[in-house]
Design a protein. Structure first.
Length: 117
């Protein structure tokens, strides 16, 4: 099973992009994406790499594409995998109930902000 570092390296290989160029263009140290040294990508760096490569962040983190449409403002919806990774990293401590609670809270905050306008 691949980890996110291996997915990045595989995408670079498929597209003919040297990993060193991606590291340099994203502002990372040379050799940062070495799978023997780094097992998990911090969320912010994973997001930067996903933007650079033009791939879905969920794909970069898990290797699977998920389509959840868009939210009410037309922004791409955050996939469950992206939300879990943003909150917990690669840990599996977030269960489905936790995820549902976070989504309800996000909806509450969004509605409250609309009411304040």
């Amino acid at each position: 099973m691949f980890n996110s570092i291996q997915y990045v390296r595989e995408i670079c290989k498929e597209r003919g992009i040297p990993v060193s160029r991606l590291e340099r263009d994203c502002g990372f140290a040379n050799g940062y994406l070495n799978p023997q040294k780094l097992q998990k990508l911090p969320y912010e760096r994973a997001a930067a790499i996903a933007r650079y490569l033009g791939v879905n962040l969920n794909y970069l983190l898990t290797g699977a594409e998920e389509s959840h449409g868009s939210d009410h403002a037309g922004r791409p919806a955050i996939s469950d995998a992206e939300l879990k990774f943003a909150l917990w990293g690669d840990s599996e401590i977030m269960d489905e109930q936790d995820l549902a609670d976070v989504r309800r809270y996000a909806a509450f905050v969004r509605e409250r902000k609309k009411d304040l306008k």
